[in-house]
Ligand binder design. Structure first.
Ligand code: NAD
Length: 355
């Protein structure tokens, strides 16, 4: 197959590309604008493959995307390009509206016109796979419920509202035009090549620098965590064996409070590298900061549909995946150090200072 992956220089998109090049005979075109979050070193291990190519482009640029479709002749598209950081969406929502909503609309229109002129067998096989988040479902509070594929949408942040909008557009293009779409909504991912502004890498890197480990509010927000390589495998399975028009929820069955996540990272670091320089234990670096406005208390995924229909289950537990992740950040300091040395991102957030 010829597969376009949008956002393939990002955290999850790069894991998807590594998975496809390493495990299949498919060809991949990585379409990415290379925003602050895009990093081609995340696909360096597969970029010399003759089945891989990169094109720097903005999904909002109709003519360029149209030309990419016409030159590459994709059999399907996996759409991951997005602005993805909730805190940034609160500081400045405009980019989120542009990329996540207008950009998805643009891709749908290019894909629809391309798909409409395909021969009948290729037309039937074409897939537009939209990758989304469980945050579109909003806050489960303390109800103990799980998100299913039927849970009504109730997004809270500008990020989740922009992703919810894109999900609705994708559903509408299926219902109105018959475009063969598939959707997935996934819980929080973690693992190698995660941009240092996100909770898990931020905590690992701050801990290694003896810096405070910031936790919003009391740290009692619950998230379900999935190892990124399990997600990449799930996405390929949905693309190739999922039913057209369907949505699949993807999760790791790993509900943890933010405080539990940070404490577990501290414990893993303590066992892998020994105690920090100025404290007896990494946990002493934990610092509680003002809560994020509109912060949802709990997200949790019911992933039984993808397990039953597509036989997909995560292979990593939170403990095994987190240990691998911490070890990866210890072994790849040059990857995150390069980002921190040249990016405005960390300074802008004031997260890591005086390195
Ligand atoms: P990321 O921020 O790491 O990567 C996003 C990528 O998209 C970057 O490479 C960036 O350069 C690219 N991009 C941004 N705007 C673009 C544009 N206008 N045109 C082309 N490329 C553009 O994000 P991620 O964490 O890898 O998330 C990927 C997708 O998965 C997103 O759609 C996100 O909503 C979804 N998702 C993420 C998580 C998670 O925990 N990270 C969970 C569920 C779903």
């Amino acid at each position: 197959m010829n597969i376009i992956v949008t956002g393939g220089a990002g955290f999850i998109g790069s894991a998807v590309i590594r998975h496809i090049i390493n495990n299949t005979q498919d060809r991949v075109l990585n379409l990415d604008k290379l925003t602050y979050a895009g990093n081609l070193t995340s696909v360096a291990s597969v970029s010399s493959s003759p089945r891989y190519q990169f094109v720097q482009a903005d999904i909002c640029d109709y003519q360029t995307v149209q030309k990419i479709f016409s030159d590459f002749q994709p059999d399907c598209i996996m759409h991951l390009a997005a602005e993805s950081h909730v805190d940034r969406s609160i500081d400045g929502p405009a980019e989120f509206i542009q990329t996540n909503i207008v950009g998805t609309y643009n891709l749908l229109e290019v894909a629809r016109h391309y798909w409409q002129q395909l021969e009948s067998d290729k037309k039937a096989a074409f897939r537009f796979h939209h990758i989304s988040t469980d945050e579109v479902f909003g806050d489960l509070g303390d109800t103990g419920a799980l998100f299913t594929e039927e849970t009504p949408y109730a997004p809270s942040s500008p990020y989740s509202a922009s992703k919810a909008s894109s999900d609705h557009l994708v559903q509408a293009w299926h219902r109105t035009y018959g475009l063969p779409i598939i959707m997935t909504n996934c819980s929080n991912n973690y693992g190698p090549f995660h941009f240092p502004e996100k909770l898990i890498p931020l905590v690992i890197i701050n801990a290694l620098h003896n810096k405070p480990l910031p936790i919003y509010g009391k740290g009692d927000q619950v998230r379900d965590w999935l190892y990124v390589e399990d997600h990449a495998r799930a996405l390929y399975s949905v693309l190739t064996t999922g039913a057209v028009g369907q949505t699949y929820n993807i999760g790791g069955h790993n509900e943890k409070t933010n405080l539990e996540v940070v404490e577990t990272i501290c414990d893993v670091l303590q066992s892998l590298v020994g105690k920090p320089k100025e404290h007896a234990h990494y946990r002493e670096l934990i610092t509680f900061v003002d809560d994020r406005p509109g912060h949802d208390l709990r997200y949790a995924i019911d992933a039984s549909k993808i397990a039953a229909d597509l036989n997909w289950l995560p292979t990593e537990t939170f403990e095994t995946g987190l240990e691998k992740t911490v070890q990866w950040y210890l072994d790849h300091q040059e990857w995150w150090q390069a980002i921190m040395d040249n990016t405005y991102a960390m300074d802008r957030l004031g997260l890591i200072k005086g390195k």
